[in-house]
Design a binder for this molecule. Structure first.
Ligand SMILES: Cc1cc2nc3c(=O)[nH]c(=O)nc-3n(C[C@H](O)[C@H](O)[C@H](O)COP(=O)(O)OP(=O)(O)OC[C@H]3O[C@@H](n4cnc5c(N)ncnc54)[C@H](O)[C@@H]3O)c2cc1C
Length: 577
């Protein structure tokens, strides 16, 4: 396997440099409008340095992932989905499905590459989010004028969340709609729709909510509710790729075998999209844990006869070691998946599975850890300047964007059952102690195998077969989670202590299940607890304590008040006393 880590070292350096510029440090906008404009200004700066071309998206996603991983995205959670929509979802869908229309589409591609227009993606509707296969936006073909007419037939079909409410930004959208030809419907397809012209003026028939309408907490972006009223787009705006075509006479030709396959062909960038969004979390995870640990090293606490630091207290060490292990695990899972996705040819099913595991597991493993980082840094941890808050926000946004964690976990469970992906049980390992690496991994495998047996039995015996899956989703969730934990643990193979504490934490958190299924005895739980405490203290003292050096972000940590030479003096300076 080719190692891809160094291919973009210069780009990585340039982006790091950009992230230290004033416009990527603390901003204090006077109004919501100013905040949105500043976000687009930052986007422009990143795009100028990145220089990503459409062809890069087809041939080497490493470049876009490098951009997403960059610390430029630390300042504003809104930058991640904005860049992801522009490059991967909008430009990516156009270039992937251009087929033989590439020359007609070149103008759109040029505009997107140079950011003459920003690309957005409209799939979610007010009534259809995770269940987007049932979306209702319509695209009728007008044979006479050789145009498609896009319509929002009911309120629930309004597109939800795309970045379209700023009045100052040119926007080009890829809109998912149902194709209608001569009173017959032919599935969901992408259409290119110019929504705002070069001056940001809305084009005819497009209605968009005001900037303040979509009041998502902590977002700097211009999310919107959007509806289409007889919006006409040219013939070449239909994106069918090599598999789907609408003839000029209004006939639909397809090489896909079902509407479901058509749907997945249309949403061809969504799997990579999950990896792209997770990439943007990497800098955040690193900063959050590094800043929290920096705080613990500096914060003084009064003892009886002496003064010590938070980092000398066992609860603090254990909590932060736990957070360090979880975030290290999420980062390792991402890196491992990225390496495979960039270097190994994968089928659509394989990519779908990889993307589901990496997105659901990274964000959900990190969720608690990020909250711990914030909580253990007191009021200072809640300050935007100290960067932990943005990590908490972006992680939560990412958990929902491009598929909520729970439905994604359901998809993983379905794969495990229907495609027989359950890893084999290890029967013949003679282990000395339950706390060894091998014994712990064996326990995880036992859990996966038992849960898959339980869900199969439940599905087979449910009296109402049409509701059997819905009635089994709680087991499906446990199965997918156990599998994701195992897959993540495997990626930690080179760091024995981190891997062991990660596995033990899972087993202790699910003690009731392991006990009820007679996989761990009371005595063994006691051993696991003692071992866990011992390893975590060791991890804190020997590894977590130098996390900023490990992630090469000492300079970035130093730019925060917590990381500065003197936190109190920094606040005096900021207060202009
Ligand atoms: C920051 C951000 C940016 C976004 N940007 C865009 C964008 O640019 N373009 C766009 O089109 N959309 C965008 N979205 C929308 C996003 O794709 C949807 O919010 C997402 O798909 C979830 O849909 P929903 O909000 O309707 O939730 P729902 O589908 O209603 O899900 C809510 C909850 O119901 C449960 N649930 C739903 N379905 C199932 C199931 N099958 N099995 C088990 N449980 C289930 C889960 O607990 C889930 O968390 C964005 C969202 C966010 C947060």
């Amino acid at each position: 396997m080719q190692n891809i880590s160094d291919n973009y070292s210069i780009l990585r350096l340039k982006l790091k440099e950009l992230s230290t510029e004033r416009s990527f440090q603390y901003i204090n906008p006077k109004s919501r409008e100013e905040q949105v404009e500043h976000l687009y200004y930052q986007m422009q700066q990143i795009v100028n340095v990145a220089g990503i071309k459409a062809v890069d998206i087809l041939t080497d996603m490493g470049k876009l992932l490098t951009v997403m991983e960059s610390p430029c995205l630390l300042i504003a959670p809104g930058l991640s989905p904005l860049l992801a929509s522009h490059y991967n979802l909008c430009l990516g869908t156009i270039i992937s499905l251009a087929g033989d229309k590439i020359s007609e589409l070149q103008e759109y591609i040029d505009d997107l590459e140079t950011l003459k227009t920003k690309g957005i993606y409209m799939v979610t509707e007010l009534d259809r989010g995770n269940n987007v296969m049932g979306l209702q936006t319509q695209a009728y073909f007008d044979e006479e004028l050789q145009q498609f007419i896009i319509n929002t037939p009911v309120a629930g079909a309004c597109k939800f969340m795309p970045y379209l409410s700023s009045d100052h930004q040119p926007k080009l959208a890829v809109v998912m709609a149902r194709l209608w030809l001569k009173e017959k419907e032919y599935g969901v397809h992408p259409f290119i729709v110019r929504c705002r012209d070069q001056n940001g003026k809305l084009l005819r028939g497009i209605k968009v909510s005001k900037l303040s309408t979509v009041d998502m907490y902590s977002s700097e972006a211009d999310h919107s509710v959007t509806s289409f009223d007889n919006v006409r787009v040219p013939y070449h705006a239909f994106l069918g790729g090599d598999l789907n075509e609408v003839t000029t006479e209004g006939h639909f030709l397809t090489k896909n075998t079902s509407k479901r396959d058509i749907f997945f062909n249309s949403l061809c960038r969504v799997e990579w999209g999950k990896l792209v969004l997770v990439a943007a979390l990497m800098s955040h995870y690193k900063m959050a844990i590094a800043v929290a640990i920096e705080y613990s090293k500096k914060r003084k606490v009064n003892g009886k006869n002496t003064e010590f630091k938070l980092s000398d207290i066992a609860t603090h060490k254990l909590d932060l070691a736990n957070a360090y292990v979880a975030l290290t695990a999420s980062i390792a899972l991402y890196e491992d998946t990225k390496q495979r996705c960039l270097t190994v040819e994968q089928t659509h099913e394989e990519l779908q599975h990889e993307a589901a595991v990496v997105k659901a597991m990274c964000v959900e493993i990190a969720r608690g850890a990020l909250n711990t980082c914030m909580a253990r840094a007191g009021a200072h941890g809640k300050m935007i300047r100290n960067r932990i808050a943005q990590a908490v926000i972006l992680n939560d946004h990412t958990a929902t964007a491009e598929g909520d964690s729970l439905p994604v976990l359901m998809k993983i469970a379905k794969d495990l059952i229907s495609r027989n992906l359950v890893p084999e049980q290890l029967y013949d390992i003679q282990t000395i102690s339950i706390t060894t690496q091998q014994a712990l991994l064996k326990l995880l495998l036992s859990q996966i195998n038992l849960l898959s047996q339980q869900i199969r039995e439940k599905l087979d015996t449910d009296e109402n077969q049409s509701l059997a899956w819905n009635n089994s989703t709680h087991i499906a969730k446990e199965l997918a989670w156990a599998y994701g934990i195992y897959k993540t643990a495997i990626t930690l193979r080179s760091r024995s202590n981190v891997q062991r504490s990660f596995c033990i934490n899972h087993i202790l958190s699910n003690a009731a299940w392991f006990s009820a299924n007679q996989l761990v005895t009371g005595e063994e739980f006691q051993k696991l607890r003692e071992c866990y405490e011992e390893i975590c203290i060791d991890i804190f003292d020997k590894e977590a304590i130098s996390v900023a050096e490990e992630f090469d972000i000492v300079d970035l940590v130093k730019m925060t008040p917590i990381g500065s030479d003197d936190n109190a003096l920094k606040w005096m300076e900021l207060s202009r006393f």
